[in-house]
Design a protein around this ligand. Sequence first.
Ligand SMILES: Nc1ncnc2c1ncn2[C@@H]1O[C@H](COP(=O)(O)OP(=O)(O)O)[C@@H](O)[C@H]1O
Ligand SMILES: O=P(O)(O)OC[C@H]1O[C@](O)(COP(=O)(O)O)[C@@H](O)[C@@H]1O
Length: 301
Amino acid sequence: MIYTVTFNPAIDYVVRLDRPLEVGEVNRAAGEDCVLGGKGINVSGVLRELGCESVALGFVAGETGAWLERGLAAQGLRTDFIHLAEGMTRINVKIKAGTETELNGAGPSIPESAMQQLEAQLDTLQPDDILILAGSIPKSLSQSTYERLLAGLEGHGVRAVVDATQDLLVNVLPYHPFLIKPNDHELGEIVGRELKTDEEITAAARALQEKGARNVLVSMAGNGALLVDEHGEVHRIGCPKGKVVNSVGAGDSMVAGFVAGYLQSGSYEQALRLGTACGSATAFSLGLATKEKIEELFGQI
Ligand SMILES: Nc1ncnc2c1ncn2[C@@H]1O[C@H](COP(=O)(O)OP(=O)(O)O)[C@@H](O)[C@H]1O
Ligand SMILES: O=P(O)(O)OC[C@H]1O[C@](O)(COP(=O)(O)O)[C@@H](O)[C@@H]1O
């Protein structure tokens, strides 16, 4: 079974302007949509489109949390969220005005008792299960939070996928995650320099492998992606052509496609192709990638 964990789920409030955003002024939207999101939840949504079952775990709170949970159930997603007694699941504002501006909320605090509930859920995972830890954590938690979960699972034979930034990601490397997926900017932040060429990206990805990561997938938005696999082989892929509508969730879609592709084929090359089809299918759609859009783009890669 595949489990995704979203510590800080979100309702993505996507607002479209038909002119550039004017900071400090009243801006009137041309239209708006609400998308139920958060990185792990997005991964679960795209996995479902690919015919892979998953359970979305994580923390929800308040009326927005109830809305999120109800909405995901209506979409047919399996969830097993922990309910926090205080606070509210955040609303993240995504402004599409030619360029994309994001305003992501802080999210509710997660008390130690709720952390322990999550650990009890993860204790039931079986060898060969896949655990996907994706997204930020509320400020109240330490940057060793993902590390703590992987330390607790050592020896269980669970394969971990981690999509996070900075220390939250770096701290899990000694636990040999099966896959990490920084984008090129996040990878640059980790190694402390701007990465401009494929050679520089490859060298930085290898540095994270030396610290313990098995496969490092570096996404580069419209420039495609680069994978350094666990055998040291470098795979480079571009993107299919299309009109970008909303790239929120493209990275999560790529993670879903990569995992599903690898489970189906055992091939990193195929995993990268399906990951790319899913990432671009989301970038070219208002919400997340659909099965039809993924199949259409997969045929073009
Ligand atoms: N503008 C785009 N055009 C085509 N494909 C895209 C675009 N943006 C993202 N994608 C696809 O989605 C993948 C992940 O996107 P990226 O923006 O790098 O992830 P993240 O959201 O994690 O920063 C890319 O590698 C690519 O396959
Ligand atoms: O565009 P990406 O990186 O795939 O992720 C998009 C998702 O991540 C979020 O931006 C939240 O990100 P964080 O958890 O890192 O704050 C959600 O609002 C959105 O659904």
